[in-house]
Design a protein around this ligand. Sequence first.
Ligand code: IDP
Ligand code: CA
Length: 428
Amino acid sequence: MKRGTCCETCRKTTYIHQSSAGKEMRKIPNHGNLRVTKVAYPLGLCVGLFIYVAYIKWHRASATQAFLSIAGVASGARWGQQAHSPPGTAAHGHEVFYGIMFDAGSTGTRVHVFQFDQPPGEIPTLTHETFKALKPGLSAYADDVEKSAQGIQELLDVAKQDIPFDFWKTTPVVLKATAGLRLLPGEKAQKLLQKVKEVFKASPFLVGDDCVSIMNGTDEGVSAWITVNFLTGSLKAPGRSSVGMLDLGGGSTQITFLPRLEATLQASPPGHLTAIRMFNRTYRLYSYSYLGLGLMSARLAILGGVEGQPEASLHELCVSRVSEILRNKVHRTEEVKHVEFYAFSYYYDLAASVGLIDAENGGSLVVGDFELAAKYVDHLEPDGEPVSDPGDAATEQPLCVHGPHLHQPAAAGVRLSQEQSAEADSEN
Ligand SMILES: O=c1[nH]cnc2c1ncn2[C@@H]1O[C@H](COP(=O)(O)OP(=O)(O)O)[C@@H](O)[C@H]1O
Ligand SMILES: [Ca+2]
């Protein structure tokens, strides 16, 4: 991947972060350097989601045009060329318009305020984004629905500050919920969605009938796959092989890749294949979302069953509990050994937290590195010091990233190369 494409994205993006105290917020303008930060990740995935949901799924005929436009800008291809118009102005006859997208994840709700610019007779391009995230996720308010309104209102206020008054009533606002709401009993999830809709309706923004919904897992995986393959250039260059996408969320996890082997298509269980049409081409994708196997939900399942004191080593105990949870739940498809994958969310957070990848730049590793890291962490005393004689060669190996670091926000994920994933698979 070439350096700089996505980093341009950061230049025009303003992120507003919740401080650890959860109250204070600060604006971080990026002054045009090439430093890649993790916060660029949500822009990429949300633009992909926007493209997929708004254009490919609903308006298939205009998919190619819309995709080229929005994803092209997301990659920074055009952002260096023109100065950013002040919000609300239409310099040189350019139309400016906005969109507000809420990502209601299981661990947090995030707002993305997109600004688009449309030169006369041309397709629109994305020129600015403001982002803010709040914790916990919407599902945490399942038993106190009224309380959920406060956070949504706070995020809407960010949009109000960002979007000029004259644009409010023409700016659409949309919320897509993922695993947190999928995991709730239907009635509770619907009450939360209804509450959000009420808050949206009381706002000055454009609110459609289907402005608030739960996105299905396949759509979630496919939109992230589109984004990552746009960013790696494989959608634009037909000969270039595509990469796979792994996203480990809090409540669910997705795998999506483009199989090359007929055998993979034949051997895929029902519900694991989906087709999308883009650039006059039909992509038959292997895509599956495992509900309940996000990091937090899986931990809950694993730890929920613990009773008494462990007899085996902590690592062995963990491995056996995880195996029990995963048994017969996860389909193993042979072809992944030969596919390069980009991994996101908790794959990133976990790899960065144990030093497998650089916390700013991401990096490459093999699947087996996670296992080594788990062994290492499981051998730590509660105070964080390694035990004196872990008796395991794994802890003697350096926990470092294999292969080059990526200098891309798409790489606010972990990259698993072909050889690496093959090697890792053979170790499992
Ligand atoms: O907008 C974002 N900003 C920062 N991290 C995000 C964003 N969206 C998702 N993540 C990452 O996703 C993980 C949490 O997943 P999420 O809450 O979206 O659960 P879900 O996808 O299973 O519903 C964390 O690793 C978090 O870093
Ligand atoms: Ca997510």
